[in-house]
Design a protein around this ligand. Sequence first.
Ligand code: F6P
Length: 351
Amino acid sequence: MVKKIGILTSGGDCAGLNAAIRAVTHRAETAYGWQVFGIRQGTSGFLQHPPEMIPLSISMMDQGMLRQGGTILGTTNKGNPFHFLMPDGSYQDLSDRIVEGIRQANLDAIIGVGGDGSLSILRSLAQKGDFKIVAIPKTIDNDLGVTEKSIGFSTAVSVAVEALDRLQPTAASHDRVMILEVMGRDAGHIAIEAGIAGGADVILIPEIPYDIAHVVNKIQSLKDSGRNYALIILAEAAREVSGAEGVKRGLGEMLAKQVEERTSAECRVTVLGHVQRGAQPTAKDRILATALGVYAVDLIHQGKFDRMVAWQNRQVVDVPILEAIKAYHAVDVDGVMVNTARALGICMGDV
Ligand code: F6P
């Protein structure tokens, strides 16, 4: 009997999702002769009865898919079936309806590509409906525990570095302080890695609350040394020591105002936003997505479920999904990235 497996992408999109879908389809078809179905819009595809799913085959996936950003299956980060936003603005628990959709799909296993939020939802549904799942980690924020890398992070960092590369010459031409605000809902991984790679003078991350006085001192000392510009990168979730809560929007603008009030510098702000998610995947993300996709299918073949494939010590391994969800991965304030930045004299906002 042909084995039927499903794949869905859930949560915010990122570069490399299509590479994962392609790898799963390829491995399932060629190694095991299974049929793969792509579920539309994450678990929301199961709200329709019959479910919204499309048969996938290698022949559909020409080489273009490997290079393509986004996800051909669609996704949503507002599709929590236990707390579903209805058109009239109310919330309803639609989990029974989704579980019924999954039963109708008659799949032997489902591969979910997601971050901690989506994987936790998928796991709850699996427990409720008693069906088998395997997870693949993706998030540009790279804050999922247990795996060293998640799909999408490398591309997001590359886009941010390219932005700094473009901002530096214009900053130097106009004697300006350029402020680049990057994504990272709770974690500063994108900001710190892009900041080091892109030659930032100041890196502000939520893990290290900043004091504006130190940022101003850094800008002043650059000026005193003869430098006519500065580059600042900050994570959207960065926060001041004195601030009770992180500012959710407009943090870059707020920082620009603070700097301009305290120095003679002219600031300009770039908010990178979703540009970091929609790019063509880097080689690293394509490789990661492909390796994780192949391994996820192999796990199903081995009969191992409720597991997430993960990248650890140059290898793909598998861990309980619960472990990955529980182990949040923030930037280590005493780790190699922060120490490297400090060693280069980059201001982290605390000294
Ligand atoms: O979690 C990924 C992420 O891109 C965060 O970095 C960002 O805060 C958030 O999603 C943006 O979500 P939305 O697409 O709903 O604006």
